[in-house]
Design a protein around this ligand. Sequence first.
Ligand code: SF4
Length: 545
Amino acid sequence: MRVARLTKSQMTKKLYIETVGCQMNVLDSELVVASLRKHDYELTDNTGDADTILFNTCSVRQHAEDKIYSALGRLKHAKQSQPHKIIGVLGCMAQKDQRLIFERAPYVDLIVGPGQLHQVPDLIKGIEAGSGQQMEVSLGRKDGSRDSIERSHESFDPLRDPAMRPTPFQAYVRIQIGCDKFCTYCIVPSVRGPEQSRPPQHILSEARQLADEGCKELILLGQTVNSYRFRDAAVASGQETRMSDLLYALHEIEGIERIKFITNYPKDMTDDLLEAVRDLPKCAKYLHVPIQSASDRILQRMKRGYTVAEYLVMMDRIREWLPDAAVTSDFIVGFCGETEEDFQLTCDLLREQRFKNSFIFKYSERPGTKGAEQYLDDVPEEVKKRRNNELLAIQNQVSEEDNQLFLGRDVQVLIEGPSKASLKLQESGRQQESGRQQVSGKGGSGKGESGQGESGPGAPANPESGSRETGNHGTGNHGIGQQDAESQQLQLTGRTMCDRIVVFDGNRRQIGQTLPVTIYDANAHTLFGTVVTQHIGPELFSLSG
Ligand code: SF4
């Protein structure tokens, strides 16, 4: 789970927010925090301190929902002893379960679907004023005309809170909400509503604002982002903006160095889009295009809308236009009726297509989907698990082999910040320090709830495991006391233009820069390198000579 960072204030109210799920949820949380900051809220990472506790939830898998209900269960006693605490459930699970959440956890005060998040500050105010439990959700897909359903799935204005971003140099930008594809396993079209593309002027003004704030990388978000199409009803000709047009316009913004977009739908991978990605230097040569299965029978049951042959034709076109692009995919194993034969087709396709990496999931039946209504979830859990591991092993082998090709090469890395290993070291240093203070009698009450540290499933993919600790070139000087923190060496992480994770030793001053790094080692998930240092010629020495 993604947990908010701590800021301190004595007068303001405290907000604890936990986010589960995809990048769309991460962005939603950013916007909720921004709107609550305007109402005198500050973040805390401690539920014990919080005046308001919010869970921004995901319904894509049962496990994600179970986690939230367990977290709510743990708050029952806190609510009894501190009834003024406001507990809220936001996002997809709120839209899907609605009043069921009040039934299962009657002490929850607030339920808000993803299309109603702009109402959160007012709803909280109402609860504070004694209005009792509040629920705001959007219309269901059969609850009205398309127009009224669309309007009930309001998206936020571009309120941003830089402190909630993955890094200050990167920002998600929503360009589309909802989905009309109705894959039979997926709950998204029900909870996020109809597919709607955002007006390009809104996207561009948000992107300019982000660039002014120092953001260098935009990650455009949509459930099927490449289906983006905005037709301006106000213009008589009904002029249409395609995804490729949007990329050309965003590319003009000064300060933006990289543009990525996720997640693509195979059937909407048009030539004009591939051409734009090829021709625009700021566009990452990276495409995430889920296939889900390589069995036509299963694809048909999933209602994905393409055959394996059609997907492969699309892959050929990607390679024609973008021979060096990194392509990643998603797979669902153990979908209803998936035989060993179907699964082997998927394994074969993965070996052939050599995706940079894949997100592999065991099928999880979601009530309310066509899949749950029409098919029996008949693949036993242990078979799903085994297939998941098998496919993962193939992907890891492919990823490792392909990453080895980078050995000795220089890559341009946008440096995001300390690596996971560095953060772990810093955290354990802090814990040791606070332990020392408590032993010496300076530790305050010492009984607050401990800091939260889980990271969210479905968070922006960062499989950089930190298993290398400080890497082969680790300097091990993390304990140096009062040295200039800016120049102190630490392990950093960043990404290449084709979205490969690179880990290397550097210093804090380099964070946010794009630097060349020479790769000396690689595993399936990570490239390890050293920053290329420029040779300064002897003529400089002559100045002091
Ligand atoms: S394209 Fe399919 S899997 Fe993706 S969000 Fe839409 S319904 Fe879900």
